[in-house]
Write a protein that binds this ligand. Sequence first.
Ligand code: DAT
Length: 172
Amino acid sequence: MVLPNILLTGTPGVGKTTLGKELASRSGLKYVNVGDLAREGQLFDGYDEEYDCPILDEDRVVDELENQMKEGGVIVDYHGCDFFPERWFDVVFVLRTDNNILYKRLETRGYNEKKLKENIQCEIFQVLYEEATSSYKEEIVHQLPSNKPEELEDNINQILIWIEQWIKDHNS
Ligand code: DAT
């Protein structure tokens, strides 16, 4: 049976991990958090002094994931999307959160003023939505509101329906 690959992207704090894990547990698809994968495998290439974080080694991340992606049935979670091969994904969801809500979530995470400001601006200027639409066919890129628990539930249910339909269409 062939299974779809799904990309969940968006600014840090919009709810990718929360949605991805719940979706994986309800759909049986596999969840991959690219940040965790990079930390576990030390898939970094240098250190960004300005942003005070290690720099992702995008080529090694792609190599590391290639086999699983070929198999299918993977939900990928990352706050960037332009370095993955376009052919990997059957659908791309960009989660969106209102500024004041996102601000509170990131403040709770203990982000400093600079990091808070940069992430809020990233959301205001819809950086990830534009990155997604310029990296993938527009018809497979969808925005999902991610402000409150009811929206999380709606998103899960909608994506579960999408998965079921995709499986029917590709296995008959
Ligand atoms: P991300 O993986 O995009 O960085 P997350 O899944 O860690 O984000 O979520 C950040 C916080 O927001 C976390 O405390 C859970 C909460 N959250 C996520 N989605 C939500 C929603 N739809 N409604 C309310 N809170 C949500």
